[in-house]
Design a protein. Structure first.
Length: 683
């Protein structure tokens, strides 16, 4: 933000507070970036405690740290485990009530450590020569399965260590590739794969003996890249079998979504067996039932489509017979979790602008919502109910506990002091008739310290994905409360293509990026202006990232009249070049109905570049140098086109960020620039 803009904002705020002493403090980008974040609740075997992760930020150092906390479910009191000193994440209960976690405290390599409920001291469990990326303890407590990045052609860990050392010591820097991926998400590929290894645990719960390779020579990753974790594999209750989800890479990896489930004995006596070879689409998230008789997992039906509906599947472990549990439930399921008694399957899913936990009866397929409005980000099961992290547009996540079908009880009050005296903008969901006369939902968020007699400038926020949702959650990158704190109202539309409204609604955007969702945005904008008279339609800017950035670039040439300015973050400006510069080719090839080679006309149909001649409004372009999903040349190209046409424009470049802006100080800089841009053009 320009200093003049900052001064004007500060002066206006000081003037307002002098006239209205009771005016609440605004929510700011820096406050958002420095809030503690609660996540990953895990209920103890006896049901007395919930372990959880708390992320804290050292803003001056521009980094975050994770620590483990425990809340007593009876007294609702929380405490930090001293064993977290030196870093601790991925806290997991062992069957005996001890706690295992990952830390890099010993020699800089991430290893598994353990502590007890008191959490005073920690014992190192693994001494692996490579980082441990994820782990899981067998239900009998005798085996630890860990994930490490190895060269799949290597016969043992020592070979991988030697090859890594040779690469580090080599004087040459050239890298030769003979297949894709060359790069994925935000990393250049180095030839390693995430593989799983089994380690025996002694009576003290410490690993001993040589690791047993469970995926020798396997050309694929478990956990999956780039966002996989211990939810990608499950150990049978008898401690004899591991099932993991992975995709055989070969030379088709960038255009294949054929993830399968593989079973392997924990003693490594057999090679992994493909359990879901018949399904050429995505199989994921295996979970054994408590009695070991059933394997639950999620599965898609259409190969090549990453946003297909995930149905919940049940496989009879003894016979291999498989069925979908609730085929008529028109929602896409998250990873399934068994209740402790095995009578329920629980899963999360988007639902009409919320993200709820649902219980599914494995026998009848009956589906029941266990939570209501808002967003459940993570949950775990206890003996009689749930512990979950819950947030809304109007506030960050806290932990809650609820018996099945009962009333929720709040367990934590994280950020109580930080948010004291801060007023959040009030959110309201609305609906209207969009494309094809179908009901479309959206949210309006009022400015903080709202005065109904005033009109307010508007931030029109467009979500990415595009199969996503601008829903009732507390987002740490696109949070309407930052705009509310700066005096803006926000309007957000879940256009066709959004999740949580049925699979047909989600499917409607494919091959239709520029018409159906645009119609929803146009009608949603008109509906919001008609219903909420405090929205100043003459002082509005449209903002979006990823698909939202594409849509901003598209709107700039096809529907720019309502807006004073635009912000396009990591957005496509040339869909044809996107078709051969992105890494996950399956995405574009599904969305465009073919490859850029075979169907070039499909890539041109909704190409923002074809309407650049009609660009006229000021635009801020943002891009990350490590964004390999949408290459930085898209952002540079858009800025070049704007400059060449003498349109007021800026280019904000983060060389160290990927598709998202994650570093705390970068996040604040991003918001300062964006709010400064909006302030310049909506005065």
């Amino acid at each position: 933000m320009h200093r003049s803009c900052l001064a004007a904002v500060a002066a206006a705020f000081l003037s307002a507070t002098s006239l209205s002493p009771a005016l609440a403090a605004p929510f700011t980008a820096k406050l958002m970036a420095t809030l503690d974040r609660i996540d990953d609740p895990r209920v103890s075997p006896d049901g007395r405690y919930a372990l959880y992760d708390l992320r804290t930020v050292d803003y001056a150092a521009n980094k975050a740290a994770h620590s483990l906390w425990i809340v007593d479910l009876k007294t609702r009191t929380s405490r930090r485990l001293k064993a977290s000193d030196g870093g601790a994440s991925n806290g997991r209960w062992a069957p005996d009530g001890s706690i295992y976690f990952i830390s890099g405290r010993s020699d800089g390599r991430d290893q598994v450590f353990k502590t007890d409920v008191k959490g005073e001291t920690a014992t190192q469990v693994t001494h692996a020569d490579l980082d441990v990326g994820a782990f899981k303890i067998s239900p009998d407590g005798k085996t630890l399965v860990i994930a490490q990045a190895v060269f799949p052609e290597c016969p043992d860990i020592a070979c991988t260590v030697a090859k890594k050392k040779a690469k580090e010591e080599a004087k040459t820097t050239g890298v030769v590739y003979d297949r894709l991926f060359v790069r994925h998400w935000d990393e250049w590929t180095d030839g390693t794969r995430n593989h799983l290894y089994a380690l025996k645990l002694n009576a003290s719960g410490v690993a001993e003996g040589a690791p047993v390779a469970l995926m020798p020579g396997f050309d694929g990753d478990a956990p999956t890249k780039p966002f996989g974790g211990d939810g990608d594999f499950s150990i049978s209750p008898d401690g004899k079998t591991l099932v993991f989800s992975a995709r055989v890479a070969g030379k088709t990896e960038p255009w294949s979504t054929n993830f399968d489930l593989f079973a392997v004995p924990l003693d490594g006596s057999k090679k992994p067996e493909n359990l879901t070879e018949a399904n050429k689409a995505w199989d994921a998230a295996p979970a054994f039932s408590p009695d070991g008789k059933w394997l639950a997992y999620t599965a898609m039906k259409r190969p090549g489509f990453e946003a297909d509906r995930f149905g919940v599947m049940l496989r009879n472990v003894a016979t291999g017979e498989t069925k979908e549990v609730a085929p008529a439930w028109d929602r896409s399921a998250d990873a399934p979790v068994w209740s402790r008694d095995g009578k329920r399957l629980l899963t999360g899913s988007d639902d009409l602008g919320q993200h709820k936990v649902f219980a599914i009866d494995p026998a009848s397929g009956k589906v029941t919502a266990l939570t209501g409005s808002g967003h459940v980000g993570a949950f775990d099961v206890g003996p009689n109910g749930l512990v979950y992290a819950h947030d809304t547009i109007e506030g960050p996540a806290q932990l809650y506990a609820a018996p099945y079908g009962g009333k929720a009880v709040k367990l934590t009050n994280v950020n109580k002091d930080a948010l004291k005296g801060v007023e959040m903008g009030k959110a309201e969901q609305f609906s209207f008739k969009g494309w094809n006369g179908e009901t479309v939902y959206g949210y309006v968020v009022k400015p903080a310290n709202f005065d109904p007699s005033k009109k307010y400038p508007v931030a029109f926020l467009i979500h990415g994905g595009p199969q996503g949702s601008m829903a009732n959650d507390f987002h740490y990158r696109w949070n309407p409360q930052v705009y509310a704190g700066a005096g803006y109202a926000s309007v957000m539309i879940d256009f066709h293509g959004s999740t949580g409204y049925g699979q047909n609604f989600t499917d409607a955007i494919s091959r239709h990026w520029g018409d159906r969702p645009l119609e929803d945005l146009q009608k949603g904008w008109a509906a919001a202006l008609g219903k909420y008279k405090f929205l100043d339609g003459d002082k509005a800017c449209a903002l979006g990232a990823s698909y939202g950035g594409f849509m901003v670039n598209w709107i700039a040439g096809t529907w720019n009249a309502p807006f004073k300015c635009f912000v396009s973050h990591d957005g496509e400006v040339d869909t044809r070049s996107m078709g051969f510069t992105t890494e996950e080719l399956w995405f574009d090839e599904w969305e465009r109905g073919g490859t850029v080679i075979d169907k070039p006309e499909n890539y041109e149909q909704f190409n923002p570049f074809t309407h650049v001649k009609d660009w006229s409004k000021p635009m801020l372009i943002v891009h990350g140098g490590r964004d390999y999903r949408i290459d930085q040349t898209q952002g540079i190209g858009a800025f070049t086109l704007l400059q060449r046409r003498s349109i007021p424009s800026k280019f904000l470049y983060f060389p160290d960020e990927n598709h998202w802006v994650l570093k705390p100080q970068n996040s604040v800089q991003w918001h300062d620039e964006v709010l400064g841009w909006l302030g310049t053009w909506t005065k």
